[in-house]
Design a protein around this ligand. Structure first.
Ligand code: FAD
Length: 387
């Protein structure tokens, strides 16, 4: 069996490990000329931990990571907004802050010689013909035939755009500047500061004093920050003194990287012999900290469907049926919550600052919040997944 995976991100890498372990020959296509330890801090939630543990890779992934026991958010007036602990859901439970690049390296090192990697190959489309699929790259070269193609090419997926699958995409006007620095001021927690809905910034420790700093901003604000970097640093220090070590060490706006988000709604994920997974099918804003975790779960659940059906096509159909429920739940919830944290709707910030502390004071609500954070929540009614 010949398999093509397009996109060597976290989802594509995890899927390649799983499918090659089933004895399938995998060709992995990546547009970047080099892949390596890029990115910033990610939150490895209990869902992602379970997938990595099942792959036997959790210990390696956690070699440099920070145990995150709680999530804290305060307002610009230093009023507590959220403080929830992972062990309120289950004793001993936690998340880990780690560098995305380290997780990627662990997955890459787990690939065996059944996986052939083609770097610098931007795939444009997938064509299904009878029982096979062929992929075309941007240079006009054909690759294949393949028994199945997996589109793991991220939120901007070219395979999705060039397929017959209908989808709706919403591009947020806001995003975040991020930077990896060093500080010990915040340990063992994801710490965030808000000011209305205009400002959301935070620190995520990722082990050994390394820490990801992020500053929510629109493209226009980023231009203003680049124009008056010193003025921005003064403003940032006033709002977020906990990030002082990182801000003092920042020399130039070029050390800050800007990312924006999008929200996708995709009723179907299978087209011919193509299945979309990860951000290619389900991208959303990162406010619930789930991107990597749900991508790992996608790969794991397809592999489980394949184990039970022993047929690539039947597994894709089964995966599409069982995966949509959880994916829709997280997508809808993120879409509903995001404007309360980053948007131009000012009144929502006041509503959040009044309502959230009251809700957080009730233990059943806190448990609901933690169960969402774990990445294992199945739906609105509270069921959680077991791997
Ligand atoms: C470089 C990078 C850094 C990131 N850093 C962070 C971070 O710091 N924190 C965080 O929370 N999330 C980060 N993310 C996002 C996070 O990794 C994803 O939300 C999550 O892991 C789901 O990943 P994915 O594999 O589905 O998609 P992605 O991680 O987006 O991976 C998609 C891969 O497909 C490749 N690709 C895209 N189009 C094509 C094409 N046409 N042909 C071939 N290859 C293609 C991309 O180059 C990329 O390697 C980052 C993603 C990337 C690509």
């Amino acid at each position: 069996m010949q398999i093509a995976i397009v996109g060597f991100g976290i989802t594509g890498a995890a899927l390649a490990v799983l499918l090659s372990r089933r004895g399938l020959r995998v060709q992995l296509f990546e547009q970047a000329p080099n892949v390596g330890p890029v990115g910033a801090g990610i939150l490895l939630q209990p869902a992602g931990q379970e997938v990595l543990a099942a792959l036997g890779l959790l210990d390696s992934a956690l070699q440099q990571a920070e145990r995150i026991a709680e999530v804290r958010v305060r307002t610009h007036r230093h009023h507590p907004l959220v403080r929830i602990r992972y062990d309120e859901w289950q004793a001993g439970q936690c998340a880990y802050g780690l560098h995305r690049g380290r997780l990627f390296e662990v997955l890459r090192q787990a690939l065996d010689d059944r996986v052939q990697v083609h770097l610098n190959t931007r795939v444009k489309r997938c064509l299904t013909c009878n029982a096979n699929a062929i992929i075309m790259d941007a240079q006009g070269n054909e690759h294949g035939p393949f028994d199945w193609v997996f589109g793991c090419d991220g939120g901007g997926s070219t395979l999705r755009r060039n397929s017959a699958l209908p989808f709706h995409e919403y591009r947020y006007s806001c995003g975040a500047l991020w930077h990896i620095g060093h500080t010990n001021r915040v340990r063992g927690q994801l710490f965030q500061v808000t000011k209305g809905t205009q400002r959301l910034c935070g620190l995520l420790p990722t082990g050994d004093g390394e820490c990801s700093f992020f500053w929510g901003a629109t493209a226009d604000e980023v231009a203003a920050i680049r124009a008056d970097f010193t003025g921005w640093k003064t403003e940032a220090l006033r709002l977020f003194p906990e990030s002082g070590d990182i801000l003092h060490a920042l020399q130039s706006p070029d050390e800050l990287i800007f990312t924006t988000w999008r929200h996708l709604s995709l009723p179907q994920v299978v087209s011919g012999r193509l299945l979309l997974l990860g951000d290619a099918a389900f991208a959303s804003s990162p406010h619930l900290g789930q991107g990597v975790n749900l991508g790992l779960l996608d790969a794991w659940m397809y592999d489980q469907a394949l184990a039970s059906t022993n047929d690539l096509s039947a597994a894709a159909e089964q995966y599409a049926q069982i995966r949509q429920q959880q994916r829709r739940f997280y997508a809808h919830l993120t879409y509903l919550l995001s404007p309360f944290f980053q948007s131009t709707i000012k009144g929502w910030g006041t509503l959040r600052d009044i309502g959230l502390p009251l809700l957080c004071a009730t233990p059943p609500f806190r448990r609901q919040m933690v169960s969402v954070l774990t990445g294992l929540r199945k739906n609105w009614w509270g069921g959680t997944m077991k791997l």
